[in-house]
Design a protein around this ligand. Structure first.
Ligand SMILES: [Zn+2]
Length: 195
C-alpha cells in the first residue's frame, strides 16, 4: 500500500487476545502448535519460521537465536540466494526470549524434527486454514500474528528499543508505532500515577 507504514498495516490486522487464544486452541497437532506458537508467541517472520533449525534454540538459556546466515537447500534459497538464507535485514539476526507457553511446544516438536520443512506459501495457507477453524473472520496471515506478538509486548510495557530488537526491525520507528499508540498500556500507567 503506497505511503502506508508497513508495520501499521499489519497492526490493523492483528488478533485481539481472545482471537489469539482461540487460534492456539484450535491447534491439535504439535506441528500446528509449533507454527502458530513461533509466529504468535515469538514474533518470528514467516521466512524465519520456515528456516528455523533445532540449533537456533538454546533451552538452557531459554532463547531462540536467529543466525546471521545459514546454508539452505530450499528452492528459494538455491535459486535466489546462492544456497544461503539470511534474515530480512541484519537486524533480523537476534536472540529472542522463549515465551513460557512456547517452551513446551518447542521441546516437543524439535525433539523429533529439525525444522518445519514447509515453504512460506504453505505456511500462509496453514495460518489461513487454522484461523478459519478458529472462526477468525478478518484477514489472517503470518505477519499479523507477528504483529499480535508486538502488540502484546507493548501492552505489557516493553520499551521501544527492546521491542525493535526482539522483532528484528531495522528502524526504531516501527517499534514506536506499537508502543506509542497502546491504549491499554496508557490507561494502566495513568492508573499507577493516580493511585
Ligand atoms: Zn531456504
Amino acid at each position: 500500500m503506497p505511503g502506508k507504514h508497513k508495520g501499521l498495516s499489519c497492526k490493523e490486522d492483528a488478533l485481539n487476545p481472545q482471537q489469539a487464544d482461540d487460534l492456539l486452541l484450535v491447534c491439535i497437532s504439535i506441528r500446528d502448535k509449533f507454527i502458530i506458537g513461533c509466529l504468535l508467541l515469538a514474533g518470528l517472520r514467516v521466512s524465519e519460521l520456515a528456516h528455523l533449525k533445532r540449533s537456533w534454540v538454546n533451552f538452557d538459556e531459554n532463547n531462540i537465536t536467529v543466525p546471521i546466515r545459514q546454508f539452505c537447500a530450499c528452492w528459494e534459497c538455491t535459486q535466489k540466494r546462492d544456497g544461503e538464507w539470511r534474515p530480512k535485514t541484519k537486524h533480523g539476526a537476534r536472540t529472542i526470549r522463549i515465551h513460557p507457553q512456547l517452551r513446551s511446544i518447542l521441546e516437543e516438536y524439535l525433539y523429533s524434527h529439525d525444522g518445519i520443512s514447509l515453504t512460506r506459501q504453505r505456511l500462509w495457507q496453514k495460518v489461513k486454514q487454522l484461523a478459519n477453524q478458529a472462526k477468525i473472520l478478518h484477514n489472517s496471515y503470518p505477519h499479523c500474528l507477528r504483529s499480535t506478538c508486538a502488540i502484546e509486548l507493548a501492552h505489557r510495557g516493553i520499551s521501544s528499543a527492546s521491542l525493535q530488537y526482539l522483532l528484528g526491525w531495522a528502524r526504531l520507528s516501527s517499534a514506536e508505532a506499537y508502543v506509542r499508540s497502546d491504549r491499554r498500556r496508557a490507561l494502566k500507567e495513568v492508573d499507577e500515577i493516580y493511585t
